[in-house]
Design a protein around this ligand. Structure first.
Ligand code: FEO
Length: 391
């Protein structure tokens, strides 16, 4: 298979995973890719590898440029196995290659996964020379594992950003100007929401360092390479990591006999009629990882579930469990639902919304069996009053 030229002497030698549809709970309807990069210099350098089943694909792309035995240096920006899984395989071809990774987390993680390969520890701000080029390492802890770092080459103005700025998007294109930008940005947003959002503070912490670099290319380890729309993705990360949406509402629900659904639709109309853009998601139709990115632009979230066996419907419970882990905070929230006799689901949903770090902005809405027109009108008015007060 062919390598793709990124710049003179720098090649993408990764793999495209067209068929993956679930990446540990993240729905990947458009597949993904694993970006590895080969730099041909006095010391031939491989930056990251690919997921283990794609090792042969990476190897064939490396062979398109040079024999893998020529690799002198491997940089491991991140321990997670979608980027390090092919390390043992590639090392069989270049057993004397020096493997650089972050210290202490990268060393600890790689050793736990693969044993001691004599890793060379690097600290944030350290640089190595590979000939005409320099590689500088910037630690990005908890973006999204403790070991994460990025590698910057000042002579080429290229940032090898690993997970940051990535997208789960399988495509034959390699650059942001070779594909539909709206799709790329949408997948970058979904990626940020599901992978990075809970570490927004850490994004802000490294932002000054990253934004001070002179960059004309960002080469992530998932999806396409940014070279023509760098400002778009940097501006997007700046906005998302600020985590201060001014408007917008997300209404998420599941329903048994359409009563909770009727309440959800009434809530969405109340928002829309107050000029708050509202999006409605039925958990039977929408995967939770597709709902999360909508929250990046939404000040409000309402979650509804009827009561079944004294609990929420499992779809609502799973969504809230997932959301709690992402810890989005800084939103106005409330719970709603219909019930037959006990009605615990609504209080349980409210507790989970509180545990997400949201402010509960109005009383929970509990409707016995089927909401009447009068009750729906009352819900409409109450939601609109809440919006007025929240302004
Ligand atoms: Fe794409 Fe954290 O691995």
């Amino acid at each position: 298979m062919k390598a793709a030229k990124v710049k003179e002497g720098i090649y993408w030698v990764g793999a495209v995973d067209w068929n993956i549809r679930n990446f540990h709970g993240y729905s990947t309807e458009k597949g993904t890719s694993y970006g590895a990069y080969l730099i041909v210099d006095e010391k031939v350098t491989l930056i990251d590898t690919v997921k283990a089943p794609f090792a042969e694909e990476m190897l064939s792309r490396i062979r398109d440029i040079l024999p893998p035995e020529d690799i002198d240096i491997i940089i491991s920006n991140h321990v997670e196995m979608d980027h390090s899984g092919a390390l043992p395989f590639i090392r069989q071809h270049c057993p004397n290659a020096a493997i650089y990774t972050s210290s202490p987390a990268g060393i600890k993680g790689l050793t736990a996964h693969y044993g001691d390969y004599g890793y060379i520890p690097v600290k944030s701000g350290e640089s190595i020379s590979i000939g005409k080029r320099t590689l500088t390492f910037v630690s990005t802890p908890m973006l999204h594992w403790p070991d994460n770092m990025v590698t910057y080459c000042p002579e080429e103005k290229i940032l090898f950003s690993n997970d940051a700025f990535g997208q789960h998007y399988a495509t034959t294109a390699h650059f942001d100007d070779e594909d539909d930008l709206s799709v790329i940005l949408s997948e970058a947003k979904k990626y940020y929401g599901n992978i990075i959002m809970c570490f927004g503070r850490q994004v802000q912490n490294v932002w000054n360092t990253l934004s001070s670099l002179d960059i004309d290319t960002i080469a992530p380890s998932h999806g396409i390479i940014w070279r023509s729309h760098i400002k778009d993705i940097l501006d997007a990360y700046t906005a998302w990591s600020a985590n201060e949406p001014k408007t917008g509402a997300v209404i998420v629900y599941d329903s048994m006999w359409h009563s909770t659904e009727k309440i959800a639709k009434t809530i969405s109309e109340a928002f829309a009629d107050k000029n708050v853009p509202a999006k409605l998601f039925d958990l039977k139709a929408d995967h939770y990882s597709n709902i999360v990115p909508e929250l990046l632009d939404s000040k409000y979230i309402a979650v509804g579930s009827p009561t079944i066996n004294n609990q929420m419907l499992p779809t609502a419970a799973a969504f809230l469990c997932y959301l709690k882990g992402l810890s989005p905070k800084n939103r106005e929230a409330f719970a709603f639902g219909s019930y037959g006799w006990s009605g615990q689901s609504i209080e349980l949903a409210e507790k989970e919304l509180e545990a997400c770090g949201f402010h509960i902005c109005m009383d929970r809405i509990r409707i016995n069996y089927i909401p009447s027109e009068e009750q729906l009108n009352e819900i409409y008015k109450n939601v609109q009053n809440m919006i007025e007060q929240a302004k």
